[in-house]
Write a protein that binds this ligand. Structure first.
Ligand code: GLA
Length: 403
């Protein structure tokens, strides 16, 4: 075992679960380059996996605890134990709802498959012990929850020999998030975490679920992506996120289509006549954002990352004014980046807090960082966390297992 983190986690696992783990699996957080609140409208997104990951150590349940799931983590002293047979969304809460929600969704999936393929699969699913560590900051809008869900999903997929594909495991993570955690989110975060590639973004069509890896070529252009975590906390299980989703669904129903993906900018005049002003602006964000994602992919492929700045900027304006999910701290981060050398900048993720991203030439980054800290101080905002992220590989499908 070469990785010092693995050695540390193995010791922690043993201290909490009484014997060494079988192996280690990991999955990253994500930053969305562009395409916000388009996933649940069956549109386009362009996120990338980041170089901050959740790692899980997993092993079989103790001999006297067959059929039991037992989870621990480095961010809580609590150890949660539940019989696999008792797993259900209503039985889960707190941080353990993420890994145990995944275990539940996978067990359901195995049970459904067993009716047609493998007889009695669930009754024979072995219990397990799991220990979680995560380097994805919590509450920063970088999908720390998807990282935990996906790391758990790849670990159990291998341990239970389910043979599910990365796309199927992304869907399992989303089911856990929607039903066990109770956040009505789309498929973007888990897809980025499962499918990310080094120095590339994941172009995902959330209607057909087809994906394409789009090279970003940041290093070759001496560009970096700076994340500005405003430390304004948000929660998608309550409030604004669900309200935005409901507005989008209402707009689609009023226009007589299955989802906003079925409408284009050419439909906007007709929509303005039929919808109230607020609903119209919500829908206009989604429809124009889908266009911006496609245009970003075209430009990345033909002219490279220096050509996408105005699309990032326009995406932010649309979220600020039409979708109304920005906050003053995010607007300040974006405006300061734009005025201090960034090629483009926008808030990223679900909104109401969390992080902004700035696409910035490497040489300009230190001055930009200093200016952002200064402006936040001047306005008496909480000091933001600033860090560079590198587009990285997605979840490990095969664990690091000692022989
Ligand atoms: C959150 C959700 C995603 C997506 C974004 C907004 O990150 O988890 O599914 O809807 O917000 O683009």
């Amino acid at each position: 075992m070469s990785d010092p983190l693995f050695a540390e986690l193995a010791a922690e696992f043993e201290a909490r679960h009484g014997r060494p783990p079988l192996g280690f699996w990991s999955a990253p957080g994500r930053v969305n380059l562009i395409g916000e609140h388009t996933d649940y409208n069956r549109g386009f997104v362009l996120p990338f996996a980041i170089d901050r990951r959740a790692v899980v150590a997993l092993g079989p349940a103790a001999p006297d605890a067959q059929g039991v799931a037992r989870v621990s983590s480095t961010f809580s002293d609590e150890i949660v134990e539940i019989a696999l047979a008792d797993l259900a969304p209503a039985a889960l809460d707190g941080w353990s709802a993420y890994p145990l929600g995944v275990a539940w969704a996978l067990a359901e999936r195995a049970a459904a498959a067993s009716e047609t393929e493998v007889p009695a699969a669930t009754s024979t699913l072995p219990g397990f012990a799991l220990h979680i560590h995560s380097a994805v900051p919590i509450g920063a809008g970088l999908s720390s929850s998807a990282a935990i869900e996906c790391a758990t999903a790849v670990a159990l997929n291998e341990f239970w020999q389910l043979g599910l594909t990365p796309t199927e495991l992304a869907r399992i993570g989303q089911i856990a998030e929607n039903q066990a955690v109770g956040a009505p989110t789309g498929i973007m975060d888990q897809s980025a975490s499962m499918l990310g590639r080094t120095d590339a973004a994941v172009f995902l069509d959330c209607r057909s679920m087809s994906t394409e890896s789009v090279p970003l070529g940041l290093a070759a252009e001496d560009l970096e992506i700076l994340v500005i975590d405003t430390r304004v906390s948000h929660d998608h299980a309550t409030g604004g996120y669900a309200a935005r989703r409901a507005s989008c669904e209402f707009a689609a129903a009023t226009m007589g289509v299955g989802s906003l993906r079925d409408l284009t900018p050419a439909d906007l005049p007709r929509m303005q006549e039929r919808l109230d002003d607020e609903t119209f602006r919500r829908a206009r964000h989604v429809i124009t954002e889908n266009d911006r994602v496609e245009e970003t992919v075209r430009r990345l492929e033909s002219d490279g990352p220096r050509s996408i700045g105005d699309l990032l900027d326009a995406s932010h304006v649309s979220m600020r004014d039409d979708f109304e999910i920005s906050v003053p701290e995010l607007d300040l981060a974006v405006a300061t980046a734009q005025a201090n050398g960034a090629i483009g900048a926008r808030m990223t993720g679900g909104g109401f807090g969390g992080s902004a991203l700035a696409l910035v030439p490497r040489a300009q980054r230190p001055a930009l960082e200093a200016r952002i800290l200064e402006r936040f101080r001047e306005l008496s905002f909480r000091q933001p966390d600033l860090f560079v992220v590198h587009p990285s590989a997605g979840a490990t499908m095969k664990g690091h297992v000692d022989d």
